[in-house]
Design a protein around this ligand. Structure first.
Ligand code: SAJ
Length: 434
């Protein structure tokens, strides 16, 4: 696609979801314009390079840029389909209130170039009602066009909500193969959006209304959060009772209708720790369980800090290795990471005794500056450190043989070393209980 060729599709926001989505649509043969507020991001993509880490994404982006199917810009242009994939963070009010200002800003940009026959699709995780709000905003900006759900006449444009549900590390595969919920403001809008997704999604696309699709996305992540909270609460109970929580879960999961998730140092990332609050914000008096699950998972992080600090204090002559900073296994994403929080808290308390092992990070995050904590590799940690605190279940940690851990004091918050011998007289339950 040369610079002056009209794009078929415009993807607004080129982050973890927007860029892979733009690339996959381009691979299907559409001419795609990717829009981002950052000139750096735009320049990187136009060179055929990428600014985020995701399996196989570099080759895909390079290919579609070279073939002229994907181009990035900071300026919106007319297109037939607009896909909005911008962040929806919290307001800075400290009350977990959803901030949809980026969505509304994107809709404002889209409204400026919208024409009859276009389809606008919101993909960002959003509170229920956001798609209608977006429609109202655009309708106000473009009184010359007929918008769906506001009048009896056939509308000029279609508007839908279609959340993604991809897992970081498997984004390209899941973008193509996962089923999708396609929620139209009206059934006609859903059908138009469905025709678009059919071009590049192999999974089943199920149509519904926009509000149900918005809620579905939030519910999926809240469901997982509640279930992880159960596992995390169980780990603290097991700890108190001197039981091995991993053993209890393994045994309970042999029941044909029980499937307990894994405890850990808390829940991280930009989705599961955030989205449940969007449901709470929409129905504050009806969500005691969802709210409590969030608090249990955040509380687990503080529990781990406390236990780890007790352990480090009880072994004043040992060097301590914190294994992992990422928010989950085998990725280089440190956003909202409980492991990072725990390691940084220990660094602030114990300074140069703390050694951090994170093969996915080039350097320690900023909050470690001035603490005295250092970054070392796994081999050095296994040689030099007498205390090992497992915070992330990276594969490279899982395969450390028992012989290299023997005799060390271990706090395994992820349950990756079930063969680790108990340390007598350390702190009760600390060997295995998360
Ligand atoms: N975790 C546990 N125990 C478990 C499973 C996860 O402690 O048994 C922790 C992880 O270590 C991590 C956090 O939960 O800190 C979240 O990890 P995750 O792998 O469960 O999910 P995410 O945040 O990478 O991606 C989720 C996915 N949602 C669901 O599985 C319902 C993904 O499909 C969504 O697309 C994504 O959120 C999103 O973008 O919303």
């Amino acid at each position: 696609m040369m610079g002056d060729v009209k794009p078929d599709v415009c993807v607004v926001g080129l982050g973890y979801i927007g860029l892979p989505t733009a690339a996959i649509i381009a691979r299907a043969g559409c001419k795609v314009l990717g829009l981002d507020v950052s000139q750096d991001v735009v320049d990187t993509i136009n060179r055929g390079e990428i600014h985020i880490e995701e399996v196989d994404l570099d080759g895909l982006v390079h290919g579609v840029v070279q073939r002229g199917l994907l181009r990035a810009s900071t300026q919106i242009e007319p297109a037939d389909v607009f896909v909005i994939a911008v962040p929806t963070p919290f307001e800075k009010d400290g009350h977990h209130t959803p901030d949809i200002s980026y969505v509304l800003a994107a809709a404002t940009q889209v409204a400026a170039v919208l024409k009859a026959g276009d389809t606008v699709i919101l993909e960002s995780t959003s509170p229920v009602g956001t798609t209608e709000q977006m429609r109202d905003l655009m309708a106000g900006l473009r009184p010359d066009l007929k918008f769906p759900g506001t009048m009896r006449e056939t509308p000029d444009v279609a508007i839908a909500y279609c959340p993604e549900r991809v897992l970081p590390g498997r984004i390209l595969e899941e973008l193509t193969n996962n089923d999708r919920s396609i929620g139209g403001i009206t059934p006609r809008c859903a059908r138009k959006a469905l025709a678009f997704y059919k071009r590049f999604v192999r999974g089943t696309c199920v149509t519904t209304d926009a509000r149900s699709a918005e809620m579905t996305k939030l519910v999926e992540n809240a469901y997982r959060d509640v279930n992880i909270a159960f596992a995390n609460e169980l780990s603290i109970v097991a700890d108190r009772m001197g039981l091995d929580v991993w053993e209890v879960i393994r045994l309970a999961n042999r029941h044909p209708r029980v499937n307990i998730l894994q405890p850990g140092p808390g829940v991280g990332g930009h989705c599961i720790a955030v989205d449940p609050w969007f449901i709470v914000a929409g129905a504050p008096d009806e969500t005691p369980l969802i709210r409590t699950a969030r608090n249990v998972n955040d509380g687990k992080m503080h529990h781990v800090v406390k236990k780890a600090a007790e352990l480090v204090a009880a072994h004043p002559h040992e060097k301590v290795a914190c294994l992992g900073l990422a928010f989950k296994a085998n990725i280089d994403d440190f956003r909202e990471s409980p492991a990072r929080y725990v390691a940084a808290s220990l660094a602030r308390q114990f300074g140069s005794r703390i050694h951090v092992v994170e093969p996915y990070a080039a350097q320690l995050p900023r909050e470690f500056e001035g603490t005295g904590a250092v970054r070392i590799d796994l081999d050095s940690a296994l040689e030099d450190c007498g205390v090992l605190i497992v915070l992330v279940d990276h594969d490279v940690f899982k395969v450390v043989p028992l012989a290299e851990r023997q005799g060390k004091v271990v706090y395994d918050t992820r349950g990756i070393w079930s063969d680790q011998p108990a340390m007598p007289n350390v702190i009760e339950g600390l060997r295995l209980a998360g």
